[in-house]
Design a protein around this ligand. Structure first.
Ligand code: FAD
Ligand code: NA7
Length: 486
């Protein structure tokens, strides 16, 4: 074996987790290589280095959500005195996509540079394990080479999954892997699925002026606080997004003019409708199928997610796995990054710190944003019992919403879930503008074990939405959530 190709660490997957681990390991003096290869979507969409978040996830999603938010503020602008704003001005999809895609390309370039500067050897090749120390790399022309490594990290993330009841579905629908790179506006869109990817994408498509329907099999935002999930649905409905509840597509067909005819059945009655585009957001599968993991002895669950211990070790001692491809981990960029950095520290700097997934903050970028930390009300009741917790709640209206009276004063909501015995706040929920910015700081306090009394003794910043969280006193089940203005 060529000595040049023997590494201390070989990382498979140049997404959030893989890049972070590779860079940190190289910084600590390890000899590191990373392979990243993007298999095009079934419709042929492909992208560069950086993984899901950068190319087909958080980054384009947030930029498009922002574009939609700008449109929604046109009414407020007029009422706040801006004279040339047109409330019915049209959105230019091509312009938005061009700018978003250009930004992503800059990030792709930046990541390549970081690897080079950080002394990480980058292979734009598809990796597969031959044994616990040998990796086969194939480039897009089919050229093969092998390398060896003392340690291997699998950070291959996931890809969208498709419902399995529709013939030829992969050619008839788009997924989030295509949406952010579409060169034409998708037009009237049916979104299938009801979790956060579905609601976020449906939300911004409607916000930029498209007709949108969302097909919901059961509940909105499984795993999130259901009281808030329903409030998000209500707000989206009030804005004009149609929810088709309690069904899945029964058939999707291409029409002669290349639109999509969708049929579905509710309570025995058949419905059909023509859409320009069907966006499927029905979950993701981990991208582990072709890595040869079983043969090498890496254990997975039945969905192909890798089983790992708390120190990110798989069933093969020198093979590690992090991020979306691991069972039981939150599918979030910052957790994958932190996990990768900590792993590098443990491997190459004698560190012992493990990744903690407790009180990780996250935000759903629906038209009304939702930030949360810790337990949902349902999970808190399940874990501790209804009589062991107190839920505080408050409905509020952002001051800025008073320019434009069409804003519903009932929409924004704050909820704290508190353990009765030690008064620790174990659930934080905020539904309102700028949820990501509002929620992040509270995550520090939650990690430190903040109590409700410490929330109460904190002086708010006035006038803000965030101050609602340090002023909430109404107890759910006893007091109405409605709050008087100051
Ligand atoms: P990924 O980032 O998916 O990277 C895996 C990489 O491995 C990919 O580049 C892939 O091409 C490559 N690869 C796979 N197999 C091979 C192979 N055999 N050889 C070589 N390379 C391979 N998270 C947030 O925190 N905030 C958000 O707002 C957010 N929004 C999202 C919106 C959408 C639409 C989606 C889909 C996800 C979103 N996420 C968000 C989740 C976030 O993107 C993921 O949790 C994160 O990217 C996971 O990182 P990872 O390193 O595990 O994998
Ligand atoms: P999730 O969180 O796995 O949710 C999948 C959604 O799709 C959920 O609403 C499901 O409904 C629905 N679903 C699943 N299968 C079907 C079929 N066959 N037909 C209709 N609807 C279906 O997936 P996301 O893509 O939103 O997000 C995955 C991760 O990616 C997420 O954690 C982010 O970090 C990024 P159900 O509730 O099961 O009835």
């Amino acid at each position: 074996m060529d000595v040049e190709k023997q590494y201390d660490l070989f990382v498979i997957g140049g997404g959030s987790g893989g890049l972070a681990c590779a860079k940190q390991a190289a910084k600590l003096g390890a000899k590191v290589a990373l392979a990243d290869f993007v298999k095009p979507s079934p419709l042929g969409t492909k992208w560069g280095l950086g993984g899901t978040c950068v190319n087909v996830g958080c980054i384009p999603k947030k930029l498009m959500h922002f574009a939609a938010t700008l449109g929604e503020l046109r009414h407020d602008q007029v009422e706040a005195g801006w004279v040339d704003t047109q409330v019915d001005s049209k959105h230019n999809w091509e312009k938005m996509v061009e700018n978003v895609n250009n930004h992503i390309r800059k990030l792709n370039f930046g990541y390549k540079n970081q690897l080079m500067r950080g002394d990480v050897k980058y292979y734009n090749k598809l990796a597969e394990l031959i044994d616990a120390n040998t990796i086969k790399l194939t480039d897009n022309k089919g050229q093969i080479e092998t390398v060896t490594a003392k340690n291997i990290l699998i950070a291959v993330g996931g890809r969208p999954s498709y419902p399995d009841n529709i013939p030829n579905i992969q050619k008839l629908v788009i997924t989030s892997d295509d949406l952010f790179w579409l060169q034409e506006n998708p037009g009237k869109t049916l979104v299938v699925g009801a979790s956060y990817v579905a609601l976020e994408c449906g939300g911004f498509l409607h916000g930029i002026g498209n007709e949108v329907a969302i097909m919901v099999r059961s509940i909105l935002l499984r795993g999130f606080d259901q009281e808030i999930a329903e409030k998000i649905g209500l707000y989206m409905e009030e804005k004009g997004i149609r929810f088709i509840r309690g069904c899945v597509p029964d058939m999707i067909e291409a029409t002669e003019d290349n639109k999509r005819k969708v049929t579905w059945i509710i309570n025995g009655q058949k419905y059909e409708e023509i859409f320009d585009t069907v966006l499927v957001a029905t979950g993701r599968v981990s991208d582990t199928q072709k890595l040869n993991l079983e043969k090498v002895g890496v254990n997975m669950n039945k969905n192909g997610k890798i089983l790992c211990s708390a120190d990110d070790k798989t069933s093969v001692p020198n093979i590690f796995a992090i991020g979306d491809c691991v069972e039981g981990r939150p599918e979030l960029t910052p957790t994958a990054i932190k996990c990768g950095q900590l792993l590098a520290n443990r491997l190459f700097n004698k560190a012992t710190e493990l990744m903690s997934y407790e009180f990780v903050a996250t935000t759903v970028f629906t038209p009304l944003e939702y930030g949360c930390i810790g337990y949902s009300e349902e999970d808190a009741i399940k874990k501790f019992g209804e009589d062991k917790i107190t839920v505080y709640h408050s409905i509020f209206k952002p001051l800025e919403w008073n320019y434009f009276e069409m804003h519903s004063g009932e929409s924004c909501f704050a909820k704290l879930i508190v353990l009765n015995d030690n008064r620790r706040v174990i659930g934080f929920h905020y539904l309102g503008p700028h949820a990501g910015e509002v929620t992040q700081g509270y995550a520090v306090a939650m990690k430190m074990g903040v109590t409700k009394e410490q929330f109460d003794s904190t002086v708010g910043i006035h006038p803000t939405c965030s101050e609602e969280l340090v002023q909430v006193t109404a107890v759910k089940g006893i007091d109405e959530a409605q709050k008087e203005g100051c």
